[in-house]
Design a binder for this molecule. Structure first.
Ligand code: NAD
Ligand code: 0WE
Length: 258
């Protein structure tokens, strides 16, 4: 029997079969969880519905996290299928494209800062705020973050402050929800070529550099992240909350690597 048998998990952020959320969904399904998915746009809906079916799921709901109304409606629709939820995976980030290139101070704008923080950080708190009435007494929330939260990484720019805010959200949410049996954690993943990385200048050479500088001498995969996510959201991790777990092959732990 899988270590997530009997758990119901809501998965946001699947956009393609390269999405980190898809690696997480596959690992959770393998460990026995029942899944529900959300998709951002109707264009993505059909693909996500097909992928959901591969995991045995028929629950696919539209959700743009920019709207509190849509979040409420998504939970209303979910509550019509499920009486409670054990796992919520937040795998969503966005900053306007022009924010992610060149000089931080030249590219950052008030609007770009606001959008990055709204979609990439506030949305995690909002998912908990409007979904907490459905959470079971042994449940887990999980988000995806990146090293740019704690180091100034070229071109990541305003996403750095947004991920730092997201990581603070993990701690505040863990502090508040712990008494209700709800754990809240983040996974800080190493770079992976997903849609969110497509078209980011120099991403391929960054992947090369990172693989060479990483103790395990390769980049991490969505399977690596999926397995860690399944563990963190299972009762095997009952003692872990408020944590950021680095799934980066050790990259963040070394220096002067040749
Ligand atoms: P992805 O493009 O596959 O997933 C990003 C998802 O965000 C998409 O499904 C997209 O639909 C969704 N999204 C964006 N704006 C949204 C909105 N307003 N409402 C609802 N959904 C919205 O890319 P990914 O790399 O799998 O990204 C998932 C998470 O992993 C993000 O939080 C990202 O910051 C994080 N992360 C990625 C990497 C990497 O190198 N790929 C590394 C560390 C962390
Ligand atoms: O969090 C991310 C990327 C998030 C992201 C991606 C996009 C591309 C499309 C946010 N907003 C947008 N907006 C778009 O229009 N990562 C961790 C992946 C990533 O992005 C980088 C990285 C890494 C790693 C950007 C610069 C440097 C490194």
């Amino acid at each position: 029997m899988g270590f997530l048998a009997g758990k119901r998990a809501l998965i946001t952020g699947v956009a393609s079969d390269r999405s980190i959320a898809w690696g997480i969904a596959q690992a959770m399904a393998r460990e026995g969880a029942s899944l529900a998915f959300t998709y951002q746009t109707e264009r993505l809906g059909e693909r996500v519905r097909e992928m959901a079916a591969e995991t045995g799921s028929s629950i696919c709901l539209p959700l743009d996290v920019a709207s509190d109304d849509e979040i409420r409606r998504m939970y209303d629709a979910l509550a019509a299928r499920w009486t409670s939820v054990d796992v919520i995976v937040h795998s969503v980030a966005f900053a306007p494209r022009d924010q992610l290139a060149g000089s931080y101070l030249e590219s950052v704008t008030r609007e770009g800062f606001q959008i990055a923080h709204d979609i990439s950080s506030y949305s995690f708190a909002a998912l908990a705020k409007y979904g907490r009435h459905l959470l079971s007494p042994a449940s887990a929330l999980l988000t995806l973050t990146y090293l740019g939260a704690v180091r100034a990484i070229p071109n990541y720019n305003v996403m750095g402050p947004a991920k730092a805010s997201l990581e603070a959200n993990v701690r505040f949410m863990a502090a508040e929800l712990g008494a209700a049996g709800v754990r809240v954690n983040g996974i800080s993943a190493g770079p992976i070529k997903t849609l969110a990385a497509a078209g980011i200048g120099g991403f391929r050479s960054m992947l090369q550099h990172v693989a060479n500088a990483t103790p395990i001498r390769r980049n991490v995969t969505i399977e690596d992240v999926g397995n860690a996510a399944a563990f963190l959201c299972s009762d095997l991790a009952a003692g872990i909350t408020g944590e950021i777990l680095y799934v980066d092959g050790g990259y963040s732990q070394v220096g002067m690597s040749l």
